[in-house]
Design a protein around this ligand. Sequence first.
Ligand SMILES: C[C@@](CO)(OP(=O)(O)O)[C@H](O)COP(=O)(O)OP(=O)(O)OC[C@H]1O[C@@H](n2ccc(N)nc2=O)[C@H](O)[C@@H]1O
Ligand SMILES: Nc1ncnc2c1ncn2[C@@H]1O[C@H](COP(=O)(O)OP(=O)(O)O)[C@@H](O)[C@H]1O
Length: 314
Amino acid sequence: MRAYTLLAPAKINLYLEIIGDRPDGYHELAMVMQSIGLCDRVKVRPNGIEDFQIHCNHPQVPCDRTNLAYRAAELLKNEFPDSFAQYGAAEIEIDKQIPVAAGLAGGSSNAAAVLVGLNLLWQIGLTQPELQELGARLGADVPFCISGGTALATGRGDRLEPLPDLDDLWVVVGKYRTLAVSTPWAYKTYRQEFGDTYVSQPQDLARRQQRVHAGPMVAAISHRDGEAIARELYNDLEKVVLPAYPHVAELRETFTKFEILGTMMSGSGPSVFALTSTPETAEQVRAGVRRTITDPDLELWVAPLSSHGIHIAP
Ligand SMILES: C[C@@](CO)(OP(=O)(O)O)[C@H](O)COP(=O)(O)OP(=O)(O)OC[C@H]1O[C@@H](n2ccc(N)nc2=O)[C@H](O)[C@@H]1O
Ligand SMILES: Nc1ncnc2c1ncn2[C@@H]1O[C@H](COP(=O)(O)OP(=O)(O)O)[C@@H](O)[C@H]1O
């Protein structure tokens, strides 16, 4: 039986607005999600034993049952016991390039890759929407990671509408290696500080989401206008993460000193990205930030925006 090697892209959030509480304890969102060309490689191959095995080259990633990739494999095993009985478990090897606990959905993308990979390996034949429905049970970002590209995401972040591709823009992503922000902490703190702005009536939620749908960010994307997109970058979670993590605020401020289109924290952070219109500018910005912030803990990557979700490695 063959093995599959999949590329699992990171995501950034070009727009993230928190609209209200949900009965399931999550938040109602309106986001624009964007894949970037910074990818983990996830190899899935039959291992001839009873249990799934996870291997990963990154010390901060657990290789046990708590790994989101393991949980994805278990989910598919439980949903398709006959396929599991026929083909057996698999070894899942994660070559980690996406920084961990960064707001770049690395774990979600690995889980998405395992769903796609085992669907192929076990010849289950699930469609992309079916895989996304399963993925939503693992985490709010997993459905987006499967399809990738540029998308408007509402609900918990798992209701997706594709937007036009933006693959002629570039990002510089910066993250302090030893800094991690807990996503539950970020949402909980936001609720404590800004919960009085939440709406809960279905018609109010729909109006706020429609406002984003018909708003300037989506229009800028439709026109593929990098400068307008940069003007509309927005993330509510910056309001709680930047004051609590001054290094992140400083990195964001440093980016503004260079020739970028715009900058924003991604998701719950602590990674910060800067948009540029060419790879050359992105490299110059990376070099400039590196000269300004000499702390070796700061890591910087350059990547294009990407129209790909999970895909088989060439
Ligand atoms: C903030 C975002 C933006 O894309 O990404 P990250 O920064 O984590 O990458 C997402 O909303 C995170 O998505 P993801 O990381 O998949 O979330 P999950 O594992 O499902 O949830 C982690 C925790 O985040 C909170 N959460 C998440 C999504 C949501 N719509 N409302 C929430 O309140 C909940 O406290 C939940 O327990
Ligand atoms: N496959 C995985 N890759 C990365 N982190 C994982 C994975 N599985 C579980 N984790 C755990 O999930 C946490 C969040 O990681 P990650 O998905 O990289 O961040 P984020 O949700 O901020 O994008 C990490 O602290 C890590 O311990």
